[in-house]
Each structure stands twice: as structure tokens, then as C-alpha cells.
Design a protein around this ligand. Structure first.
Ligand code: PLP
Length: 445
């Protein structure tokens, strides 16, 4: 026993949970120190087990678009719970949620619900292989799609945080079925298609990557992937687990594909992926994710088609209640607020670092942002994983801890986006802005 209850709790946790956590980045491995064990959350705040409160910029890694414990979401889940926790039978609420997703993202004509983003991408890959009769999957270095065996090669998020090439336990045969290409490199994708086009089942990409830090697609990049996949009879899987319903009412696709590349200023024709994966916001903080796409393609899933997929807790009534309540509440005012908060915090972070001469660039993709440290990033925007890894990552731990000491909880890794919510009111934003100058000085040291 020490005098630090968080330290003691982490020791207890490590005795019974590998690394003391149920998802690696939570362990503070790359920033050092003991993770805060959270007892509760409300609006923009989380409170740890010692009663210390923090303005939260993790927001459960994305789901918390409305803030923690939004009363209407909690009420919807509570009401659903009173009727039973799980049935393993269809419910009206999952139909309503599928309709709500399709209403916002019309090319998701049909939707299959699962419990995690990992399951969603795994299902999308299986479906693409089943639909095309091909095995090969193309992914981008630095894009994270969950811990699916086939997608762990050069993945971002925790794999980036811990500097791993991939994961032990993934067979060579599985790894050989994934081709990894540098992000934002259309020529590299063209070269893979020129060489192995007839073997490629799908290209999977984060709609706007935020797991190697935020690295937005270059103008026209997603549209180019659409064109190349279509030309070669492969599917395009747009992974919107993180961006979906967060960067706007219809996710990144709403800003990019639906708008004819408006967000990336290409002025191209509107484009649709074959399959979307959703997660995080769509479950409102409960375990729920989904695959969506053209009806004919989605109907290849069992029981209407030959591609098997199932789940005891899929479409769980508490999770669908949380997702539905969240989507109903996430109106234009919510997105406008989230965008405004993102602008304020991103600009203030840049100004604070600028003031003390720390070379950096704040990278943005809609309301998602993160800091890339270093001269190179300051000179030119970072467009790929190699650029993200080349940054002065050593500046982040002191920056992170100075923010934490001042009562602001940032993501405990430089490779993650900062997540704001509509519940970050002016006081919460003020608290973040007030903490930044000292954190910038810590990063400068
Ligand atoms: N895809 C993306 C883009 C993600 O950011 C994540 C998680 O961060 C996943 C998939 C995996 O989702 P989950 O952690 O729910 O399995």
C-alpha cells in the first residue's frame, strides 16, 4: 500500500488483468504514470475514484458526442433495461436504429448490427471476400480497424503507441492476405492493383484517419480509391467507426463522398463506398457497431445469403436505445457546438505551443484534431504513418501530464485524436485553455 490510491488500484488491477487494463492504451504506457480509474462521468467531466475531476478530451475514444451520461440517453437506456436486458430475438428498436442510420447515410441501404468496431470491420472483410470470391485485402499503414487478425499489420492506435510492427499470434498465412500501402499514396495503390488487381477483394480505409494522430485524406484520395476499386471489381470499405456521426450528421462520407469531395475541395462527382463500418457514436456509449451498404451486397449475409455472421448480443436493446437516443439528439446545433469547441481548443493549443517555440502542427479532419510535434511537421503537413512516426513524440508525455495535473484528461498517446463533445460548455473550454500554456512550457523543456 502507498499513499496514492490510484497507484494501489493499478497494482491490484495488474494482479488480475493483463497490464491492469482491458484495452492497451488505457495503461498510460507511452506517457508514464498510473492511469486514472474513473468512477463517474457527467457532461464534459470524468471523476476518478479519489474524487478528482477532469475535463475529459477522451470521451470514451469517440462515443461521447453529447458528453457523459446525457440525461435523455441515460433515461432511454434505463427505460429499455426495465423491459429486459437481452432477448436474442429481434426488437423494434434495432429496426428503428437501422432506419435512423439509413436516413442519415442513404447508401447504407441495409445495416447489420454487431457489438464492436472490430466485429464490424471483420464482418465487412468477410462479406467482401464472399462477394468477390477473392482473398486479398489492401489496407493503409497507420489506419486502425480494430484488432482483426488480418488488419493488425502496421495498424495505428495502440499498435502505434507501443511501436509494434503488428501482433504476435497472427499467422503468416493471414498476414500474407493483407497488403499494406502508405496512406495518401494513390500511385502505390495503383501499383498494387496493376500487379494483383484480380486477387483484391477490398480496400479498407479510415474515412479520415485519426489513429496515427489525425492525418486527413488529401483532396480526392478517397474518390481515387473509389475509382480504382470499381475499375478492378474490388469493394471499397469506408471505416467510419470513429468518424461516423461524429464529424457531421452523415460522418466523413457526408462531408466528402456525398458532397462530391467538397471537404477536400476536389469538386469530383459524389461517390459512395460499397460498405461502411460504424461504431462509437452510433452506440451512444454502449457496445454497438454496424456494417452497412448496398442492399444486394448486405443480403449476402446470413440468413439471406451464404456469408455467415451472428452474435448473441448483436442489436442489444440497451445499446440500440442508447444509439437511437444519441442520433435523435445529435442535431445541427450539436455538430455546430462540437465544431466550435474543436476550433477553440485546437487554435489555443497551437497558440500555446507557438508562444514557447515548440515546433508543431495541429492536424485537423473536421472536428477531429491532434498535435504533431517537430520541425518536419511544422514545415509540412503530415500525410502518412511514416510522417506521424517521425514526429518528436517525446514532447507529448510532459505535455500530457501537465494537462492532467491541471485537471484536463487528454488521450494518453500522441497517436490519438482529441475528442470534444457538445457538453463542453464555455467553462470547460476555459479550463482547457487555461491549462495549455503551462503544458506547452512542459513540452518545451
Ligand atoms: N475502426 C476504427 C477507425 C477505429 O478507430 C476503431 C477503434 O478505435 C475500430 C475500428 C475498432 O473499434 P472497437 O474498438 O469498437 O473494436
Amino acid at each position: 500500500m502507498t499513499t496514492d490510491p490510484q497507484h494501489d488500484l493499478f497494482a491490484r488491477a495488474r494482479a488480475v488483468i493483463p497490464g491492469g487494463v482491458n484495452s492497451p492504451v488505457r495503461a498510460y504506457g507511452s506517457v508514464g504514470g498510473d492511469p486514472r480509474f474513473i468512477a463517474s462521468g457527467s457532461g464534459p467531466f470524468v471523476t476518478d475514484t479519489t474524487g478528482q475531476q477532469y475535463v475529459d478530451l477522451v470521451m470514451s475514444w469517440g462515443p461521447g458526442l453529447l458528453g457523459h451520461a446525457h440525461p435523455e440517453v441515460v433515461e432511454a437506456v434505463t427505460a429499455a433495461a426495465r423491459h429486459g436486458l437481452s432477448f436474442g430475438a429481434p426488437t423494434e428498436s434495432e429496426v428503428e436504429l437501422a432506419e435512423a442510420i439509413r436516413d442519415r447515410v442513404p447508401p447504407a441501404e441495409k445495416v447489420r448490427m454487431v457489438s464492436t468496431g472490430t466485429e464490424a470491420t471483420m464482418t465487412a472483410i468477410r462479406l467482401a471476400r464472399g462477394a468477390t470470391g477473392r482473398d486479398l485485402v489492401v489496407k493503409f499503414a497507420g489506419c486502425y480497424h480494430g484488432h482483426v487478425d488480418a488488419l493488425l499489420a502496421e495498424a495505428g492506435s495502440g499498435v502505434a503507441t507501443f511501436g509494434l510492427p503488428g501482433s504476435s499470434g497472427v499467422t503468416a498465412a493471414t498476414a500474407a492476405e493483407t497488403v499494406v500501402v502508405p496512406y495518401n499514396d494513390v500511385e502505390a495503390v495503383e501499383a498494387v492493383f496493376a500487379e494483383r488487381g484480380s486477387e483484391i477483394a477490398a480496400v479498407i480505409t479510415e474515412a479520415a484517419p485519426a489513429n496515427m494522430g489525425v492525418v486527413p485524406p488529401e483532396p480526392g484520395f478517397n474518390a481515387a480509391l473509389r475509382r480504382l476499386t470499381a475499375d478492378h471489381g474490388a469493394l471499397l470499405i469506408l471505416d467510419e467507426v470513429l468518424t461516423g456521426f461524429r464529424v457531421g450528421p452523415a460522418g466523413w462520407w457526408g462531408l466528402d463522398g456525398a458532397a462530391g469531395g467538397e471537404v477536400t475541395a476536389t469538386g469530383s462527382e459524389p461517390w459512395n463506398p460499397d460498405l461502411f463500418t460504424f461504431g462509437k457514436v452510433v452506440g451512444g456509449g454502449m457496445p454497438l457497431a454496424a456494417v452497412g451498404g448496398r442492399a444486394a451486397l448486405m443480403d449476402l449475409l446470413s440468413p439471406s445469403g451464404p456469408v455467415y455472421q451472428a452474435g448473441t448480443l448483436s442489436g442489444n436493446p440497451l445499446a440500440t436505445a442508447a444509439g437511437l437516443a444519441t442520433l435523435r439528439l445529435a442535431d445541427d446545433a450539436v455538430y455546430a457546438r462540437v465544431d466550435r469547441v474543436a476550433d477553440a481548443v485546437a487554435d489555443a493549443a497551437a497558440a500555446a505551443l507557438e508562444a514557447v517555440g515548440v515546433p508543431h502542427r495541429v492536424q485537423r479532419a473536421g472536428n477531429l484534431f491532434s498535435i504533431m510535434f517537430g520541425e518536419e511537421a511544422a514545415r509540412d503537413a503530415v500525410w502518412d504513418y511514416a510522417g506521424a512516426q517521425a514526429q518528436d513524440a517525446f514532447r507529448y508525455p510532459p505535455f500530457f501530464h501537465a494537462m492532467l495535473d491541471a485537471g484536463v484528461a487528454l488521450p494518453p498517446s500522441v497517436f490519438e485524436a482529441w475528442f470534444v463533445s457538445a457538453a463542453h460548455d464555455d467553462d470547460a473550454v476555459e479550463a482547457i485553455l487555461a491549462a495549455l500554456p503551462k503544458a506547452a512550457r512542459a513540452a518545451a523543456a
